[in-house]
Design a protein around this ligand. Structure first.
Ligand SMILES: [Zn+2]
Length: 235
């Protein structure tokens, strides 16, 4: 029972080698990092849109305020032109000074809004550039990766064919356990127990598990998730 799975595992190394090469290829890494950036870019743009809307509202408010101040300014100018006594003139001058101060504050505020708007525009343009670069990087590397995949297709197919033949000889429930772990990127899956510790991660196994092994069962290591077996009576 174990022999058939060990033979399968040995042949599985060919498939694993191809998979590892593809997964670790620069082409795939570059394509994936570009894809990750592109997936996150929408959120950045949404945040920027919200900021731009906020700035626009602030800008509109400042414009309204400016119109009001201009109206007041012309009212005061008219009043000053028609002023009769000194007391009234002093009052109007005081009003004019207040107005000048308000206009100055508004001017500073407008300057700040403008700066922020410019920063947002700059950020939009940066995002646009990096997005275009990421799109190009993705396209180029996805193509290269597909070509790489295609180049080892025959090798992969023959490895799979060999495994399919070997699969027939393995007990189905054990094969299923193996393949499940293999799909979780565990390889090698099957290890021999060494004394009373896991042959892969060296975790000490409880007596109950040791007994199962002695009975010829294949167990799961709780720590590393590998399958463990005990070689038949070596003594
Ligand atoms: Zn282990």
């Amino acid at each position: 029972m174990i022999k058939a799975l060990l033979a399968y595992q040995e042949a599985d190394a060919n498939l694993k080698k191809i998979e590892t090469m593809l997964a670790g290829s620069e082409e795939r890494k570059k394509a994936m990092s570009a894809k990750k950036y592109l997936e996150g870019v929408e959120e950045s743009v949404n945040k920027l849109d919200a900021r731009a809307a906020e700035l626009y509202a602030t800008y509109e408010k400042a414009t309204e305020e400016q119109i009001k101040l201009k109206e007041q300014e012309s009212e005061i100018t008219d009043a000053l032109n028609a002023v009769a006594d000194e007391k009234e003139a002093q009052y109007l001058i005081k009003k004019a000074e207040e107005l000048i101060s308000k206009i100055k504050t508004l001017g500073n505020k407008a300057g700040k809004i403008l700066e922020e708007i410019q920063a947002v525009i700059k950020e939009y343009s940066t995002i646009k550039k990096t997005t275009q670069a990421a799109q190009a990087q993705y396209k180029e590397n996805a193509e290269k990766y597909n070509a790489l995949k295609e180049s080892c297709k025959d090798e992969k197919d023959s490895a799979v064919k060999q495994l399919d033949a070997l699969k027939e000889k393995v007990e189905p429930s054990l094969m299923e356990r193996y393949l499940k772990k293999r799909a979780n990127k565990i390889y090698p899956v099957l290890y021999e127990v060494k004394g009373n510790v896991c042959g892969a991660c060296r975790m000490e196994l409880p007596m109950s598990e040791m007994n199962k092994l002695k009975n010829g069962e294949v167990i799961d290591c709780d720590q590393c998730g590998r399958l463990l077996y005990m070689a038949e009576q070596k003594k």
